[in-house]
Design a protein. Structure first.
Length: 357
């Protein structure tokens, strides 16, 4: 692994409580990894330890085979991008990007070429002579990115890089950054508390809570197969139900918990539709929220709330109406671990044939 973290723990004061507990994982060369977790889960502390800005109480880490403590911070080859841009206010975009190269005493011609290339790569050529105050948030963040990668760092660390931007710019910048990082092949770790951001951007996600790693996996794995209840509740929109009676599944003995994604719930109006009681469950419509192309339907299932997505093109639902629901799949939690279960529909009854109303 290009970045390897072995059993890192951290307490800020002597005999103080650990804010990181025995963290171990690896990051592959050229990949983009998200450290995802709620506020206070230890993401920034871990990133600062890797950058040499903080020391671990126990454990070790290496970048490209070199133990981080064996190299001085300025020789580690780390680029950093922060949430608040941290551009130098009294330097132009050009001078900001050139800054790291100058401190590395690179020849003037090389600096000029590199900055010109990076201005083009980040779409800032026209703005080279502007000062940070004369840029939009997205432009500032692109300049910060160019400045961080200018000295050819081995790794790039980004701490909440999109947090100060509004939603649309954030989304644009995410896919821009993802493409650019893959194009450049620079191994990167970014910190975020936004699950959508991690899912859309990262190759691999490390989910953290209270200083511990909860799950490591690709966005698809983390989304579809949460390994513990914390991940099930933290990642994406889902309903968490306690010991529900659901047809179509071999559920364990009560008590247990299930996580159901709203896109895995199909709703059938009962009129004219024979109810398959082996695989469908009865529920009551509590609310219908119009969201444009889709609707979010809040269902009551024996006193528990279940969310379902429904296309706005499907027949409307009335509040209080009884419906049949088909849950295609869910994750069952018993004794702390999660298991993905599919509805036991006979293979001769493809899901599509249910999806007609
Ligand atoms: N210098 C410090 N001294 C003492 N405690 C600290 C220090 N820095 C961080 N902490 C504590 O360590 C824990 C983890 O903080 P950290 O900033 O790493 O979390 P985070 O997941 O990055 O949170 P956020 O998303 O809010 O930035 C918190 O409880 C925080 O109060």
């Amino acid at each position: 692994m290009y970045i390897q973290i072995n059993h890192i723990s951290k307490a800020f004061q002597k005999e103080g409580q650990n804010v990181l507990h025995d963290i171990s994982f690896g990051v592959q060369k050229g990949s983009l990894t998200a450290l995802l977790g709620p506020s206070g889960s230890g993401k920034t502390t871990l990133l600062r330890i890797l950058a040499g800005l903080e020391t671990a109480t126990a454990g070790s880490a290496s970048i490209d085979g070199q133990a981080i403590e064996s190299v001085t911070p300025q020789d580690r080859g780390i680029g950093f991008v922060f949430q608040n841009y941290a551009l130098f206010r009294y330097l132009t975009v050009y001078q900001n990007i050139a800054f790291g190269l100058k401190t590395h005493h690179r020849p003037a011609a090389e600096i000029k070429q590199r900055v010109t290339d990076l201005l083009a790569l980040t779409g800032l050529s026209e703005l080279a002579n502007r000062y940070p105050d004369q840029l939009s948030g997205g432009q500032k963040q692109r300049a910060a990115f160019a400045r961080a990668i200018a000295p050819h760092p081995k790794v790039l660390f980004l701490d909440e890089p999109f947090a100060a931007l509004d939603k649309q710019i954030r989304q644009e910048l995410r896919s821009w950054l993802k493409q650019l990082i893959h194009h450049l092949g620079i191994t990167s770790i970014f910190v975020t508390h936004d699950h959508e951001e991690a899912i859309e951007t990262a190759d691999e996600i490390v989910v953290m809570n209270q200083g511990r790693v909860q799950q490591i996996g690709t966005p698809t794995e983390i989304y579809n197969q949460p390994s513990c209840q914390f991940v099930a509740e933290f990642i994406g929109h889902a309903s968490i139900l306690t010991s529900p009676d659901l047809n179509g599944f071999a559920l364990p003995e009560k008590p247990f918990t299930v996580q159901v994604r709203p896109e895995r719930v199909q709703i059938f109006k009962k009129t004219g539709q024979p109810t398959d009681t082996a695989h469908l469950t009865i529920a009551t419509v509590k609310d219908v929220i119009f969201r444009g192309a889709t609707m979010t339907v809040k269902l009551d299932l024996n006193g528990q709330s279940l969310l379902a997505n429904r296309s706005a093109l499907q027949p409307g639902l009335v509040i209080g109406e009884q419906v049949s629901i088909l849950i295609e799949q869910l994750v069952v939690f018993k004794h702390g671990t999660g298991i993905l279960e599919k509805n036991q529909l006979p293979t001769t009854t493809p899901l599509k044939s249910y999806a007609i109303n």
